[in-house]
Design a protein around this ligand. Structure first.
Ligand code: PMP
Length: 388
């Protein structure tokens, strides 16, 4: 039998690739143990051996999220899967989602919520700032939304939002608290239960130092009640009601929903083990110490920070403004070409306004902070003549 194929095979050529140090807002370099973990033999995720992997991930994530909730699992997809899942599982069409907007990720939450017919209300602060809890309380009191969406660490602006106390405020008005911790978990203190967070999601390519493609989530008892009593249907692939049995959240329900990716799950498990080598408190302290060192070096070199209030500065991503006349993209290119360090310019609302420098996960070390600062000092000098 011969077939008349009309599309010729492409030439797929392997190219020389010099890997830079990944010191932008993510993805970050991966731990060697993680790279080793995702090359383990691929087996079916529906077997006894593999169920242990899922259980390890659930227990590990409970520790890292600091929650005793049963409804903890990981979604097959990047951070956006977590975002879409928490919004659509908790807020139905016609219900109100209040978005506390201060960067790129809140804009994404807006787009997602709109697609599902959710009524979206937005309250804003400038890109360099964070919200005062009184501001949020006034908005929640006025709008009585089903949920508030807020980003803990914002990689597009370099800010960290105070969450402590916000859960109690939300609950006073019957509102659920949804928090994005994609770029902050592991790098910044975060206490899901103590802070009254109802839904939280993260991703592995940032301070976890793993590959992108899996998104751990946790839901509180309040959120669980909403999920169990809601009248709307979220997207099938992200339906927590259907995923909970696959992850055995309530014991002895190893059902099939979709095929989980063993390499991704091995990788997440290895990321968790890296955190457990220290404690979560030590991980937060390491990120804080690296940040303090990087900022000291940058101050000595006369760099300006985009975020004026030091307490608002995120431990994992530092945002810097360059003196007038410098081109951000040229700066990024020079750093890559001459120092083999990849940092980023702005994204979304911060394009052309800043450099974004990441010190997270495996790259949260004094040595790496020094390499970045040395590279940036050289780049500043080298580009001076041509751009001023
Ligand atoms: N939230 C934050 C704070 C992020 O930094 C990112 C990714 N940079 C996302 C959400 C989206 O994650 P992903 O690209 O993994 O979908």
């Amino acid at each position: 039998m011969s077939y008349n194929t009309t599309v010729p095979p492409p030439k797929i050529v392997d190219r020389e690739f010099i890997k830079p140090a990944l010191c932008g807002p993510g993805p970050c370099d991966v731990w060697p143990s993680v790279a080793e973990a995702y090359s383990k033999p691929v087996i079916t995720p529906m077997c006894d051996e593999y169920f242990h992997v899922l259980d390890d991930i659930r227990e590990g994530m409970k520790y890292i999220f600091q929650t005793k909730s049963k409804l903890v699992l990981a979604l097959s997809g990047a951070g956006h899967a977590g975002m879409e899942a928490v919004i659509t599982n908790l807020v139905g069409p016609g219900e109100t989602l209040l978005i506390a907007a201060r960067g790129m990720w809140d804009e994404r939450a807006f787009i997602i919520a709109k697609r599902y017919g959710i009524k979206v209300e937005v309250t804003r602060v400038p890109l360099y700032a964070t919200f005062k809890l009184e501001h949020l309380e006034a908005e929640i009191k006025r709008l009585r939304p089903t949920a508030l969406f807020i980003t803990h660490g914002d990689s597009s602006t370099g800010t960290v939002q105070k969450i402590q106390g916000l859960g109690d405020i939300c609950h006073k008005y019957g509102t659920l608290l949804i928090v994005d911790t994609v770029v902050s978990l592991v790098g910044e203190p975060f206490l899901t239960d103590a802070w009254g967070v109802d839904a939280v999601y993260t991703s592995t390519q940032k301070a976890f130092s793993g590959p992108a493609g899996i998104s751990p989530v946790a839901f509180s008892a309040r959120a669980e009640e909403k999920i169990n009593n809601r009248r709307h249907e979220p997207p099938f692939y992200l339906d927590i009601k259907l995923l909970a049995p696959q992850w055995n959240c309530y014991g002895n329900t190893r059902s099939y929903h979709h095929t989980l990716s063993p390499p991704m799950l091995w990788a997440l498990r290895a990321c968790i083990k890296e955190v457990l080598k220290q404690s979560i408190e030590q991980s937060w302290a390491r990120h804080a110490a690296t940040l303090a060192h990087l900022h000291k070096r940058l101050r000595e070199l006369s760099f300006d920070f985009f975020v004026p209030v030091p307490e608002d500065r995120l431990a994992t991503v530092t945002t810097i403004t360059l003196p007038k006349g410098y081109d951000y993209l040229e700066f990024v290119k020079y750093m890559r070409a001459n120092h083999n360090i990849l940092i980023f310019g702005g994204i979304g609302p911060t394009v052309g306004k800043m450099l974004r420098v990441g010190t997270m996960g495996i790259n949260s070390t004094i040595k790496m902070a020094d390499e970045i600062a040395d590279g940036m000092a050289d780049t500043l000098r080298a580009l001076k003549k041509s751009s001023l």
